[in-house]
Design a protein around this ligand. Structure first.
Ligand SMILES: [Zn+2]
Length: 276
């Protein structure tokens, strides 16, 4: 492990690092991962098709999300996010591409963050395209649901929602886009069944090709939306380091350094070794 950490430090010390980050970086902030260390998915998330096709699915989604939002919004950057921001400010890390929708990189002070899967801080109307701050939509939901018990204490799930009783879901009132009146409101994230916008993917491929190395943090690379950047790096002979817990999809041919250890302590040690 010490050998791997030293190889990781050498790679990052050379600078020009593109960081590709996933859910494993935010678990220490209390936001769970879809996948455990075994790589298996723990939750079956709602797809965009389900959300758009069926008002009762939207009622279910928004009721659960309404209960989870205060906790999701209260999550704070952890030592891993802080370390990434520090490595960027010190000039080692350049662009950051994240699969996370929690905005925690930016809140830790990082800049140049591409959110591959969008952000839960925005809501988009699928009828007319208008976007709203999630906090604004939350106020509308509070006004529409004055008697709704928001204190259900189930575990927060990766999409920022909480599983709640059916009786709560059926009484939940949806809110409407103030521009067009539609209730086709969707979190402004790439849900299961949707693709990352092509322009975003193209920008990320360019950033990968311009990088000296790629540092994968807290991602098993199970989904192609992130894995394709590792494949591109490997094809271009750009070294890839992976710091994450457990299984990853990337092969030994694609990865030059692997560290299977907690992100916060590992990245803090990395910062200390490079800036101490
Ligand atoms: Zn609208």
């Amino acid at each position: 492990m010490a050998e791997n950490l030293s190889a990781l430090a050498d790679l990052v010390a050379a600078g020009g690092v593109l960081a590709l980050t996933g859910a494993g970086l935010s678990t220490e902030s209390g936001i769970p991962d879809y996948r455990g260390a075994d790589g298996l998915r723990r939750f079956q998330p709602m797809t965009a098709q389900e959300l758009l096709a069926d008002r009762e699915a939207r009622r279910r989604y928004w009721a659960r999300s309404y209960v989870g939002w205060p906790r999701f919004a209260a999550a704070c950057p952890n030592a891993g996010h802080d370390a990434v921001a520090t490595l960027q400010a010190a000039g080692f890390v350049g662009p950051i591409v994240t699969q996370n929708v929690d905005g925690l990189h930016q809140r830790a002070g990082a800049v140049g963050v591409t959110e591959l899967h969008g952000s839960l801080e925005l809501v988009v109307c699928m009828q007319c395209g208008e976007r709203y701050a999630r906090d604004t939509v939350d106020e509308w939901l509070q006004l529409a649901n004055p008697d709704f018990d928001r204190s259900a204490d189930g575990p927060l799930r990766p999409d920022g929602d909480v599983a709640i009783a059916e009786s709560l879901i059926t009484q939940f009132r949806l809110v409407h886009c103030v521009v067009c009146g539609s209730d086709l409101l969707k979190p402004d994230v790439v849900m299961f069944g949707e693709s990352v916008p092509k322009t975003v993917v193209a920008q990320c491929f360019s950033a990968v090709e311009a990088a000296r190395s790629v540092l994968v943090l807290g991602s098993s690379l199970a989904v192609m939306s992130g894995y394709r950047f590792v494949r591109r790096a490997a094809r271009e002979n750009i070294p890839v380091a992976v710091v994450t817990r457990g299984w990853t999809r990337a092969t030994d041919e694609e990865v030059s350094v692997r560290v299977d250890a907690p992100l916060g302590t590992t990245l803090t040690a990395l910062v200390d070794s490079l800036t101490g």
